[in-house]
Design a protein. Structure first.
Length: 338
Protein backbone atom coordinates (compact mmCIF):
# COMPACT_ATOMS: atom_id res chain seq x y z
CA UNK A 1 0.00 0.00 0.00
CA UNK A 2 2.80 2.35 0.86
CA UNK A 3 4.42 1.53 -2.49
CA UNK A 4 1.26 2.47 -4.40
CA UNK A 5 0.99 5.86 -2.62
CA UNK A 6 4.60 6.61 -3.36
CA UNK A 7 4.11 5.84 -7.06
CA UNK A 8 1.12 8.23 -7.24
CA UNK A 9 3.14 11.07 -5.72
CA UNK A 10 5.98 10.61 -8.24
CA UNK A 11 3.48 10.51 -11.09
CA UNK A 12 1.83 13.80 -10.07
CA UNK A 13 5.18 15.55 -9.80
CA UNK A 14 6.10 14.40 -13.32
CA UNK A 15 2.83 15.67 -14.80
CA UNK A 16 3.28 19.05 -13.05
CA UNK A 17 6.75 19.54 -14.54
CA UNK A 18 5.50 18.82 -18.13
CA UNK A 19 2.89 21.70 -18.22
CA UNK A 20 3.92 25.08 -20.03
CA UNK A 21 4.68 27.95 -17.73
CA UNK A 22 2.91 31.35 -18.00
CA UNK A 23 5.63 33.82 -18.97
CA UNK A 24 3.53 37.01 -18.62
CA UNK A 25 3.69 39.98 -21.21
CA UNK A 26 4.59 39.46 -24.90
CA UNK A 27 2.40 39.76 -27.99
CA UNK A 28 0.70 37.37 -30.42
CA UNK A 29 3.23 35.87 -32.78
CA UNK A 30 5.77 35.38 -30.05
CA UNK A 31 7.03 38.98 -29.90
CA UNK A 32 8.55 40.03 -26.62
CA UNK A 33 7.48 43.15 -24.80
CA UNK A 34 9.16 46.18 -26.41
CA UNK A 35 10.08 44.31 -29.60
CA UNK A 36 9.75 46.28 -32.89
CA UNK A 37 8.01 44.70 -35.85
CA UNK A 38 8.71 46.06 -39.39
CA UNK A 39 6.07 45.43 -41.99
CA UNK A 40 7.32 47.03 -45.22
CA UNK A 41 7.73 50.73 -44.39
CA UNK A 42 5.58 50.49 -41.29
CA UNK A 43 6.96 50.02 -37.76
CA UNK A 44 4.96 48.51 -34.87
CA UNK A 45 5.98 47.76 -31.28
CA UNK A 46 4.86 45.14 -28.79
CA UNK A 47 3.46 47.10 -25.92
CA UNK A 48 1.35 45.80 -23.05
CA UNK A 49 0.55 42.62 -24.92
CA UNK A 50 -0.63 44.50 -28.01
CA UNK A 51 1.04 45.34 -31.32
CA UNK A 52 0.67 49.13 -31.68
CA UNK A 53 1.84 51.65 -34.35
CA UNK A 54 5.21 53.32 -33.71
CA UNK A 55 6.39 54.96 -36.95
CA UNK A 56 7.34 54.69 -40.61
CA UNK A 57 10.49 54.23 -42.71
CA UNK A 58 11.22 56.87 -45.37
CA UNK A 59 12.91 56.40 -48.75
CA UNK A 60 16.26 57.36 -47.25
CA UNK A 61 15.67 54.77 -44.50
CA UNK A 62 15.20 57.43 -41.87
CA UNK A 63 12.53 56.76 -39.28
CA UNK A 64 9.47 58.97 -39.04
CA UNK A 65 7.40 59.02 -35.88
CA UNK A 66 3.61 58.83 -35.99
CA UNK A 67 2.26 62.22 -37.08
CA UNK A 68 5.54 63.15 -38.76
CA UNK A 69 6.17 63.54 -42.49
CA UNK A 70 8.87 63.06 -45.08
CA UNK A 71 9.41 65.28 -48.15
CA UNK A 72 11.18 63.75 -51.14
CA UNK A 73 11.31 67.00 -53.10
CA UNK A 74 8.14 66.34 -55.09
CA UNK A 75 5.50 65.21 -52.63
CA UNK A 76 4.98 64.69 -48.88
CA UNK A 77 4.31 61.35 -47.21
CA UNK A 78 2.75 61.46 -43.76
CA UNK A 79 2.99 58.71 -41.14
CA UNK A 80 -0.55 58.39 -39.78
CA UNK A 81 -2.13 56.03 -37.22
CA UNK A 82 -5.80 55.17 -36.89
CA UNK A 83 -6.40 52.86 -33.96
CA UNK A 84 -4.14 49.85 -34.40
CA UNK A 85 -3.58 50.52 -38.13
CA UNK A 86 -0.77 52.59 -39.66
CA UNK A 87 -0.36 54.23 -43.07
CA UNK A 88 2.52 56.04 -44.80
CA UNK A 89 1.02 57.58 -47.94
CA UNK A 90 1.39 60.74 -50.01
CA UNK A 91 -0.78 63.51 -48.59
CA UNK A 92 0.24 66.43 -50.82
CA UNK A 93 2.74 67.95 -53.23
CA UNK A 94 5.64 70.02 -51.93
CA UNK A 95 7.04 73.29 -53.31
CA UNK A 96 9.44 75.56 -51.44
CA UNK A 97 8.82 73.52 -48.31
CA UNK A 98 5.06 74.03 -48.39
CA UNK A 99 2.49 71.27 -48.82
CA UNK A 100 -0.31 71.56 -51.37
CA UNK A 101 -3.23 69.17 -51.28
CA UNK A 102 -4.55 67.27 -54.29
CA UNK A 103 -6.40 69.62 -56.67
CA UNK A 104 -4.65 72.71 -55.30
CA UNK A 105 -2.71 75.02 -57.66
CA UNK A 106 0.51 76.78 -56.69
CA UNK A 107 3.54 78.43 -58.31
CA UNK A 108 7.26 78.77 -57.73
CA UNK A 109 7.67 82.23 -59.27
CA UNK A 110 8.40 81.02 -62.81
CA UNK A 111 5.83 78.22 -63.34
CA UNK A 112 2.52 77.19 -61.83
CA UNK A 113 1.29 73.66 -61.12
CA UNK A 114 -1.63 71.59 -59.92
CA UNK A 115 -1.18 68.80 -57.36
CA UNK A 116 -2.73 65.84 -59.11
CA UNK A 117 -3.29 62.18 -58.23
CA UNK A 118 -2.83 59.48 -60.86
CA UNK A 119 -4.92 56.32 -61.24
CA UNK A 120 -2.84 54.57 -58.58
CA UNK A 121 -3.34 57.45 -56.14
CA UNK A 122 0.23 58.73 -56.39
CA UNK A 123 0.52 62.52 -56.21
CA UNK A 124 2.64 64.70 -58.47
CA UNK A 125 2.90 68.38 -59.41
CA UNK A 126 1.70 68.77 -63.01
CA UNK A 127 2.87 71.89 -64.87
CA UNK A 128 0.01 74.16 -65.95
CA UNK A 129 1.90 77.15 -67.32
CA UNK A 130 4.28 80.05 -66.72
CA UNK A 131 4.37 82.99 -64.36
CA UNK A 132 5.24 86.41 -65.80
CA UNK A 133 5.16 89.57 -63.74
CA UNK A 134 3.11 87.80 -61.06
CA UNK A 135 0.49 86.69 -63.58
CA UNK A 136 -0.17 83.11 -64.62
CA UNK A 137 0.04 82.28 -68.31
CA UNK A 138 -1.40 78.82 -69.19
CA UNK A 139 0.54 76.51 -71.51
CA UNK A 140 0.22 77.43 -75.22
CA UNK A 141 -1.14 80.87 -74.40
CA UNK A 142 0.69 84.05 -75.43
CA UNK A 143 1.62 87.27 -73.68
CA UNK A 144 3.09 90.55 -74.93
CA UNK A 145 6.36 91.66 -73.41
CA UNK A 146 8.59 94.53 -74.56
CA UNK A 147 8.70 94.37 -78.38
CA UNK A 148 7.90 90.68 -78.70
CA UNK A 149 5.14 88.15 -78.08
CA UNK A 150 5.94 85.10 -75.97
CA UNK A 151 4.26 81.70 -75.79
CA UNK A 152 4.29 79.58 -72.65
CA UNK A 153 5.78 76.20 -73.48
CA UNK A 154 6.70 73.23 -71.32
CA UNK A 155 10.41 73.11 -70.49
CA UNK A 156 12.55 70.00 -70.46
CA UNK A 157 12.83 70.37 -66.68
CA UNK A 158 9.06 69.97 -66.40
CA UNK A 159 8.30 73.61 -65.61
CA UNK A 160 7.08 76.34 -67.93
CA UNK A 161 9.18 78.56 -70.16
CA UNK A 162 8.25 81.72 -72.03
CA UNK A 163 9.51 81.40 -75.58
CA UNK A 164 9.45 84.16 -78.18
CA UNK A 165 6.72 83.46 -80.70
CA UNK A 166 6.38 86.74 -82.57
CA UNK A 167 6.72 90.52 -82.46
CA UNK A 168 4.70 93.33 -80.88
CA UNK A 169 4.17 96.87 -82.15
CA UNK A 170 1.75 99.28 -80.47
CA UNK A 171 -0.01 96.37 -78.79
CA UNK A 172 -0.49 94.42 -82.02
CA UNK A 173 1.07 90.96 -82.29
CA UNK A 174 2.72 89.68 -85.44
CA UNK A 175 3.90 86.24 -86.45
CA UNK A 176 7.11 85.72 -88.39
CA UNK A 177 6.73 87.12 -91.90
CA UNK A 178 3.87 89.47 -91.04
CA UNK A 179 4.14 93.25 -91.33
CA UNK A 180 2.30 96.34 -90.15
CA UNK A 181 2.13 100.04 -90.92
CA UNK A 182 2.72 102.68 -88.27
CA UNK A 183 2.61 106.37 -89.11
CA UNK A 184 4.92 107.08 -92.06
CA UNK A 185 6.70 103.72 -91.85
CA UNK A 186 6.13 99.98 -92.06
CA UNK A 187 7.81 97.09 -90.24
CA UNK A 188 8.46 93.36 -90.67
CA UNK A 189 8.50 90.63 -88.01
CA UNK A 190 11.44 88.34 -88.77
CA UNK A 191 12.68 85.14 -87.16
CA UNK A 192 16.18 83.76 -86.86
CA UNK A 193 16.90 80.48 -85.11
CA UNK A 194 14.28 78.76 -82.96
CA UNK A 195 13.39 81.50 -80.50
CA UNK A 196 14.72 84.78 -81.91
CA UNK A 197 12.12 87.19 -83.28
CA UNK A 198 12.75 90.84 -84.06
CA UNK A 199 10.76 93.73 -85.46
CA UNK A 200 12.74 95.18 -88.35
CA UNK A 201 12.29 98.39 -90.29
CA UNK A 202 10.71 97.63 -93.65
CA UNK A 203 10.53 101.07 -95.21
CA UNK A 204 8.37 104.16 -95.59
CA UNK A 205 4.82 105.03 -96.63
CA UNK A 206 4.04 107.64 -99.26
CA UNK A 207 1.02 108.24 -101.46
CA UNK A 208 -0.58 105.05 -100.18
CA UNK A 209 2.38 102.88 -101.20
CA UNK A 210 5.10 101.04 -99.33
CA UNK A 211 8.63 102.15 -100.15
CA UNK A 212 11.83 100.22 -99.56
CA UNK A 213 15.26 101.49 -98.59
CA UNK A 214 16.48 103.87 -101.32
CA UNK A 215 13.09 104.41 -102.97
CA UNK A 216 12.11 108.01 -103.73
CA UNK A 217 8.89 109.97 -104.03
CA UNK A 218 7.91 113.58 -104.86
CA UNK A 219 5.79 115.88 -102.76
CA UNK A 220 5.21 119.58 -103.61
CA UNK A 221 8.20 119.57 -106.03
CA UNK A 222 10.49 118.17 -103.31
CA UNK A 223 12.08 114.74 -103.78
CA UNK A 224 12.35 112.59 -100.65
CA UNK A 225 14.28 109.34 -100.15
CA UNK A 226 13.32 106.48 -97.83
CA UNK A 227 16.29 105.26 -95.80
CA UNK A 228 16.93 102.49 -93.29
CA UNK A 229 19.96 102.97 -91.06
CA UNK A 230 20.74 100.72 -88.09
CA UNK A 231 17.24 99.21 -88.33
CA UNK A 232 15.66 102.66 -88.13
CA UNK A 233 13.30 104.08 -90.75
CA UNK A 234 13.80 107.65 -91.91
CA UNK A 235 12.87 110.02 -94.72
CA UNK A 236 15.21 112.73 -95.98
CA UNK A 237 14.89 115.48 -98.56
CA UNK A 238 17.46 114.95 -101.34
CA UNK A 239 16.46 117.20 -104.26
CA UNK A 240 13.91 119.46 -105.93
CA UNK A 241 11.92 118.80 -109.08
CA UNK A 242 12.02 121.41 -111.84
CA UNK A 243 10.13 121.78 -115.13
CA UNK A 244 9.98 118.56 -117.08
CA UNK A 245 10.29 116.52 -113.86
CA UNK A 246 14.04 117.07 -113.83
CA UNK A 247 15.75 116.26 -110.51
CA UNK A 248 17.87 119.11 -109.10
CA UNK A 249 20.17 118.27 -106.17
CA UNK A 250 20.21 120.32 -102.98
CA UNK A 251 22.12 123.57 -103.53
CA UNK A 252 21.99 123.36 -107.35
CA UNK A 253 20.74 126.24 -109.58
CA UNK A 254 19.03 126.15 -112.97
CA UNK A 255 17.08 128.37 -115.38
CA UNK A 256 13.40 128.11 -116.23
CA UNK A 257 11.11 130.03 -118.55
CA UNK A 258 10.95 131.00 -122.23
CA UNK A 259 13.60 133.35 -123.58
CA UNK A 260 14.07 136.21 -123.42
CA UNK A 261 12.37 136.47 -120.01
CA UNK A 262 13.77 133.77 -117.74
CA UNK A 263 14.42 133.11 -114.07
CA UNK A 264 17.20 131.39 -112.20
CA UNK A 265 16.15 128.97 -109.43
CA UNK A 266 17.97 127.24 -106.58
CA UNK A 267 17.07 124.13 -104.52
CA UNK A 268 17.43 125.23 -100.90
CA UNK A 269 17.66 122.65 -98.10
CA UNK A 270 15.87 123.23 -94.78
CA UNK A 271 17.65 120.72 -92.54
CA UNK A 272 15.67 121.61 -89.40
CA UNK A 273 12.38 120.81 -91.12
CA UNK A 274 13.86 117.97 -93.18
CA UNK A 275 12.56 119.44 -96.41
CA UNK A 276 13.61 121.64 -99.33
CA UNK A 277 12.09 124.32 -101.51
CA UNK A 278 12.58 125.94 -104.90
CA UNK A 279 13.39 129.64 -104.69
CA UNK A 280 13.91 132.23 -107.46
CA UNK A 281 17.41 133.66 -107.23
CA UNK A 282 17.46 136.31 -110.00
CA UNK A 283 16.07 137.33 -113.35
CA UNK A 284 17.76 136.58 -116.69
CA UNK A 285 17.22 138.51 -119.88
CA UNK A 286 18.24 136.13 -122.66
CA UNK A 287 18.66 137.66 -126.13
CA UNK A 288 20.76 136.85 -129.15
CA UNK A 289 23.60 138.94 -127.85
CA UNK A 290 23.83 136.93 -124.64
CA UNK A 291 22.24 136.47 -121.24
CA UNK A 292 22.03 139.36 -118.82
CA UNK A 293 21.81 138.44 -115.13
CA UNK A 294 19.70 140.90 -113.19
CA UNK A 295 19.70 140.71 -109.42
CA UNK A 296 16.45 141.37 -107.49
CA UNK A 297 15.83 145.08 -106.94
CA UNK A 298 17.94 146.41 -109.82
CA UNK A 299 17.75 147.05 -113.57
CA UNK A 300 20.00 146.98 -116.63
CA UNK A 301 19.87 149.10 -119.76
CA UNK A 302 19.94 146.87 -122.81
CA UNK A 303 19.60 148.33 -126.32
CA UNK A 304 18.08 151.60 -125.02
CA UNK A 305 15.51 149.73 -122.91
CA UNK A 306 15.62 149.08 -119.17
CA UNK A 307 14.98 145.63 -117.77
CA UNK A 308 14.44 145.32 -114.04
CA UNK A 309 13.98 142.45 -111.60
CA UNK A 310 11.32 143.35 -109.02
CA UNK A 311 10.44 141.17 -106.04
CA UNK A 312 7.13 140.65 -104.31
CA UNK A 313 7.51 138.32 -101.37
CA UNK A 314 9.54 135.40 -102.73
CA UNK A 315 8.37 135.84 -106.34
CA UNK A 316 10.49 137.68 -108.93
CA UNK A 317 9.14 139.58 -111.93
CA UNK A 318 11.26 140.62 -114.93
CA UNK A 319 9.93 143.94 -116.25
CA UNK A 320 10.84 145.96 -119.35
CA UNK A 321 10.80 149.75 -119.45
CA UNK A 322 10.73 151.32 -122.96
CA UNK A 323 11.21 154.78 -124.40
CA UNK A 324 13.51 157.71 -123.76
CA UNK A 325 12.67 157.73 -120.06
CA UNK A 326 13.12 153.97 -119.52
CA UNK A 327 15.62 154.36 -116.67
CA UNK A 328 13.48 156.95 -114.92
CA UNK A 329 10.52 154.60 -115.20
CA UNK A 330 12.57 151.75 -113.71
CA UNK A 331 13.71 153.96 -110.87
CA UNK A 332 10.15 155.09 -110.34
CA UNK A 333 9.28 151.43 -109.87
CA UNK A 334 11.70 151.31 -106.97
CA UNK A 335 14.61 149.74 -108.86
CA UNK A 336 18.20 150.83 -108.93
CA UNK A 337 20.89 150.36 -111.51
CA UNK A 338 22.75 147.03 -111.17
Amino acid sequence: MQVIVALLVVSLVAVSMALPTQTGGGCPGGYAEGAEIERGRLIYVCQGGNVVPKGCIAEDLSRISVGGHYDNGKYRRTCQAAGDSLTFEATGCVANGQEHKAGETFDDGTSFYICKADAAGALSAVNQGCVEGGKRVPLKEKVNKDDAVYECQEAVSGGGKLVKAGCVKNGKTLAAGESLEDGKFWFNCSKSGRETFSLKAGGCLANGKRLNDGDRYTENDVIFECTIDANKNDVRAVACQSEGNVERKLGCTWVEGQAPLQYEWRCEHDASANTAKKVQVRCNYNVGGGTYNIEPGCYRVIEKSAFGCSQTGTALNLQSFQGENAEQSAQGAGLHAC
